[in-house]
Design a protein around this ligand. Structure first.
Ligand code: IPE
Ligand code: IPE
Ligand code: MG
Length: 262
């Protein structure tokens, strides 16, 4: 490994620490079925090392693989990753170009390993804004992994939760206008059925890396009762140990859903 590569190699917590956490998860049970992650901090990770931001995104891409593998190991069934928001289109075009080509590279490069690991990939967001080659790579990986059931991986690219809600409202309005739906039939289930995530259980745990304490327009409807876990770690350094740490924290929560404790 060259010195330059070592400088950008992320520290994915390996070894006893992570294994001890995993053992604890297995004994105590109660692993969240659905984990959602706002993968934040690539830019600051790079800045701390005096590297250009795209190198932070590249290291972040490597963290994605580590976290998918760790999620499978822990028995998580659904993993939702926020990769690029609608608001991120307002970044400088050089950064957008770097991110888009990384996303395309990720999908193309990881397709085989995702398929072999039993991962079913789905991508949610405004696909019309993606370049054609990226859209095609996404369609391919979705098609090739559609039969898998070990881990359901939702990637949110060019995604905005508010836009998703508006889209659902438009669909409902159209169905009412066309006489296919009565206004009284619009309940929470009908609304949820028009979201990208229809059929997925709501996230049990929402993780945000890099210490920021905000939702940034991610899954606003779906996280109504998710447990929150803010990690101070920048995304490229978030790995197996950090994920297991979040899962152990989740196990200790008392989820009341508005009721009183048993
Ligand atoms: C997350 O890292 C990746 C995307 C939002 C695309 P950032 O690029 O937001 O990194 P920071 O927050 O500037 O450190
Ligand atoms: C949220 O991170 C979006 C993704 C992680 C893809 P941002 O870095 O865009 O969020 P803000 O700007 O800090 O709220
Ligand atoms: Mg950020």
């Amino acid at each position: 490994m060259s010195a330059a590569h070592r400088a950008i190699a992320p520290d994915h917590g390996q070894g006893t620490d992570a294994d001890a956490l995993l053992a604890r998860l297995r004994v105590d049970g109660g692993v969240p079925r659905h984990v959602a992650i706002i993968m934040d901090g690539n830019g600051r990770w790079a800045r701390k090392r005096a590297l250009p931001r795209p190198l932070g995104h590249r290291s972040g891409m490597r963290a994605v693989r580590a976290v998918i593998e760790a999620a499978i190991e822990a028995g998580v069934e659904w993993l939702s990753l926020f990769a690029f928001s609608t608001e991120n289109w307002q970044r400088p075009s050089s950064e957008i170009d770097a991110l888009m080509s990384l996303l395309e590279e990720y999908v193309a490069r990881e397709a085989d390993s995702l398929r072999e690991n039993g991962v079913c990939v789905r991508v949610f967001g405004d696909r019309a804004r993606l370049v054609e080659s990226a859209a095609r790579a996404i369609e391919r990986v979705e098609r090739e992994t559609a039969h898998n059931t070990r881990l359901f991986l939702n990637l949110f690219i060019s995604y905005s939760a508010r836009a998703e809600l508006v889209r659902a409202a438009q669909q409902l309005a159209t169905e009412v206008a066309e006489g296919r739906l009565a206004p009284a039939e619009i309940d929470e289930a009908a609304f949820a059925a028009r979201l990208f995530t229809h059929g997925c259980p709501d996230p049990d745990l929402l993780i945000r890396t890099s210490g920021e304490q905000r939702i940034s327009n991610f899954l606003l409807w779906q996280v109504a009762y998710a447990e929150l876990f803010i990690s101070p770690v920048y995304w490229p350094d978030f790995g197996r140990r950090e994920l297991f740490d979040a899962l152990v924290s989740f196990q200790q929560r008392d989820r009341r859903f508005g009721r009183v404790s048993a």
